[in-house]
Design a binder for this molecule. Sequence first.
Ligand code: ADP
Ligand code: ZN
Length: 528
Amino acid sequence: LREGDAGQAERALEILSTVFGYDAFRGDQAEIIQQVASGGDAVVLMPTGGGKSLCYQIPSLLRAGTGIVVSPLIALMADQVAALEGVGIRAAYLNSTLDLDQARAVEQQLLAGELDLLYMAPERLVLPRTQELLGRVRLALFAIDEAHCVSQWGHDFRPDYLGLSVLAERFPEVPRIALTATATETTHRELTERLQMQEAKHFVSSFDRPNIQYRIEPKATPREQLLKLITSEHEGESGIVYCLSRKSVEQTAEALVARGIPALPYHAGLDAGVRQDHQERFLRADGLIIVATIAFGMGIDKPDVRFVAHLDLPKSIEGYYQETGRAGRDGQPSTAWMAYGLGDVVSQRKFIDTGEGSELFKRNAHSHLDAMLALCETVSCRRVQLLRYFGQDSQPCGNCDTCLSPPQTWDATVAAQKLLSALIRLDRERGQKFGSGQVIEVLLGRQNQRSTQSRHDELSVWGIGEELSEKEWRTVVRQLLARGIIEAEGDYGVLVPGPQAGPVLRSETTVELAVDRTPQRASRGGGR
Ligand code: ADP
Ligand code: ZN
């Protein structure tokens, strides 16, 4: 006997309040639950913290049988299951952390119809043995969490997700719901195809997090800059600081503690017990700062994180959005702050070029980085740019650094031409390529051992850039790198003209660059 829609909606609300203790659905939750509970498929794009879990948990309770939740985050399963058991839901997980006896016991529970929800990793789900097991029981639904992992284009591809397409063939009558917090239009299309969700209803929430203030500033003395952010705006508040390397995680945490700011390190090189302990202390304590590599944060649900700081450039906008999204889940004003500099661009390019991976993989990685750099160097609203990346149009927000104090810009066409000419002359007349340091020395006409040896002072480009300071040149180099007007190449990050150099050299385009806001002192006027 099938209930009417109204009856089902009523029962969903009842579960929401009696089981989970909430009194209203958020955003699209009610419609998504309705769709899946009545046997339809759903593709759900919802930002982190939007409330995706209830979208499959409640339909699993509404429908007869067990809901199967596919997730790559094995480390979180035990906690998720414990939380569900805490509210009286019969949940379990199957993954590689269980020994054979434990796994058998869970399988027995499943076969006996004693489970509302069963979590498992994709590699387990696609095993013939598992498929056979699932074929013998009544299934409420399949929830495919972190569904962007199926996208080869995405930043988080997991080959095991490709196997999930078998669900549509093997269990055509079981509704499926795919969920992700990181989906560009490309990923959205790709996951719909790969998971065979063509018949599904799509739910795309707004990705805007209006309470988060986005700010990106040039990196000068990053730890001092961070300290200033904390002491002047977030004293005594909880925050997450992301660094790229374990070493800088350690050093940054130590530097904060040395200044009397409670901070703990978190990275994959720490003992599992220590990591667990630091994570738990962060979740429970008020005003504790966790300094972490990106290993930290998957599934972290702490509502009052008041700031997320990046001391190094994230590899993609998806990553940046996910990491900054851990701030302000309670809806209160929060800061997403980042310091980034020339070194970040050079080292990340090099990292991609010298790393493992196919040509396609590298090309994708570069284009992800390009989009991230464009966000860093934009002179218009950061939120508009961020949301546009996720396919959403919006108006300038009034709550990001570029809206609050629009950057001064200057016409840097001549500077860009001078820099390109220097690269070209050094290469043609001396057969030399250099990193930014030596190129700037040439532009400034400053003698050093290398320039004396190679008679750089006899080149026509010697000293043609004296109107800018060394610091200003570094700013120019960084911004030109971000725009592909120059490129950093090879192990040493030597500068060469980039794909966008031609039009600049031929004066077919002008180059508008931002004047860097200097964090310590006000920056010099609008350039020239
Ligand atoms: P996501 O998986 O999208 O990141 P979660 O499912 O973890 O988000 O939900 C984020 C937080 O919001 C959780 O603490 C959850 O309990 C809470 N939440 C979800 N839906 C509601 C709701 N309708 N009312 C109140 N709180 C909710
Ligand atoms: Zn803005």
